[in-house]
Design a binder for this molecule. Sequence first.
Ligand code: ZN
Length: 132
Amino acid sequence: MGRLGCGQDLIEAITAVCVSQDIRAGRILAIGAVQRARVGFYNQATRAYAFIDFEKPLEITALVGNVSIKDGSPMAHCHVTLMDEEGQAFGGHLAPGTIVFACELTIEEFSGAGFTRAPDDETGLPLWTQTP
Ligand code: ZN
């Protein structure tokens, strides 16, 4: 558990914690607020992310994610729901460019070998190679 600093890039800061603590498998939760946000929507037809920028302060009402291994290093994959000053909520795939105002981060580390990401032909995404 820890507090992320004002001005940090949210996904980059979470990833840096995973790398520095050598967390290779786990669950991520966070709440707080951001100064601005950038979230992605994966277009399944074109197989490309479209990004939406919000140039205003927002609450992080929920951030959920996981940690697995991509290209040999820990990768944090997070989705976020944000709320504006009118109480409207929206969200998406957390992208670089989301800047922390204040954030309380919790990462639960899992034991075991963890999961690995690899390119998936069916979706075009780097997905886990393991299935339940
Ligand atoms: Zn995603």
